[in-house]
Design a protein around this ligand. Structure first.
Ligand SMILES: [Zn+2]
Length: 246
């Protein structure tokens, strides 16, 4: 989807505005280490997740998109398949890349757990396609170190990049006004990791600051009127989480 100039995405961590879509890469090169402290760079591999473009991956690792394209011999930069394993030379430790889009419809943030011990955006995408939901139903996934992902890694789904309604909470029409965040894990049995909670606090603070969402509109799935579920789990540390929000 192409976005016009009135729909610019904002990436808070990088303070960089760019025309952004799943198929268009900005002409501006990814910033490289400009800080006073030396950043340890190393060669890493990255498996392409749903919605990820060369540009988005370049922002994660501070490596220019054309470098990634060249060393991986990618002929069409606009079509990199999900599941492709890319070699990223000289990468910085992976950074969160949260894109924000002007949109008045986001009034709530709904927190979920996956109810599974393992998972990733790619796994949920495949599962939700099989259910006929048109791909992953959440807007963001926070990984737990399984399925080839890092503990606390924030994955942005195509549904967020395209600013589509969710497919995560039918009750109270939340799919149309609620940003859906899923933490991988089953929090009726266990608890989210420290890294997952740190990432959740960062993501929720970023979103609620930008969209003006009050704490009272940050809900667990099961707290949505009409929802009949334990999600995000009876052991999810809700009070601690709320206390950490700005
Ligand atoms: Zn849920």
């Amino acid at each position: 989807m192409m976005l016009n100039s009135s729909k610019r995405a904002i990436i808070p961590i990088l303070l960089l505005c760019s025309l952004l879509s799943s198929c268009a890469a900005p002409t501006r090169k990814a910033p490289v280490d400009a800080g006073p402290l030396a950043v340890h760079r190393q060669n890493v591999y990255h498996t392409v997740a749903p919605g990820e473009t060369l540009w988005r991956i370049s922002q994660m690792y501070a490596v220019a998109p054309d470098t990634i394209q060249r060393v991986n011999r990618i002929t069409d930069a606009n079509s990199v398949n999900i599941g492709t394993r890319l070699y990223i030379p000289g990468a910085v430790p992976r950074r969160h890349v949260i894109t924000l889009y002007p949109n008045r419809k986001w009034k709530y943030i709904i927190i979920h757990h996956s109810g599974t011990e393992t998972g990733s955006s790619q796994m949920f995408n495949e599962a939700h396609i099989r259910r006929g939901w048109g791909g992953i139903g959440y807007h963001f996934v926070i990984d737990n170190g399984t399925a080839g992902k890092d503990d606390g890694q924030i994955e942005t789904s195509p549904r967020w990049i395209q600013q589509l309604d969710g497919a995560h909470c039918k009750a109270s029409s939340m799919n149309e006004k609620g940003i859906g965040i899923c933490l991988v894990g089953n929090f009726s049995n266990g608890r989210p990791s420290r890294a997952q909670m740190d990432s959740l606090v960062y993501l929720v603070n970023t979103l609620r600051e930008y969209y003006g969402i009050p704490k009272s509109r940050i809900l667990g799935h099961g707290d949505v009127p009409g929802a009949n579920t334990e999600c995000p789990g009876t052991r999810f540390p809700w009070h601690k989480f709320m206390a950490r929000l700005k």
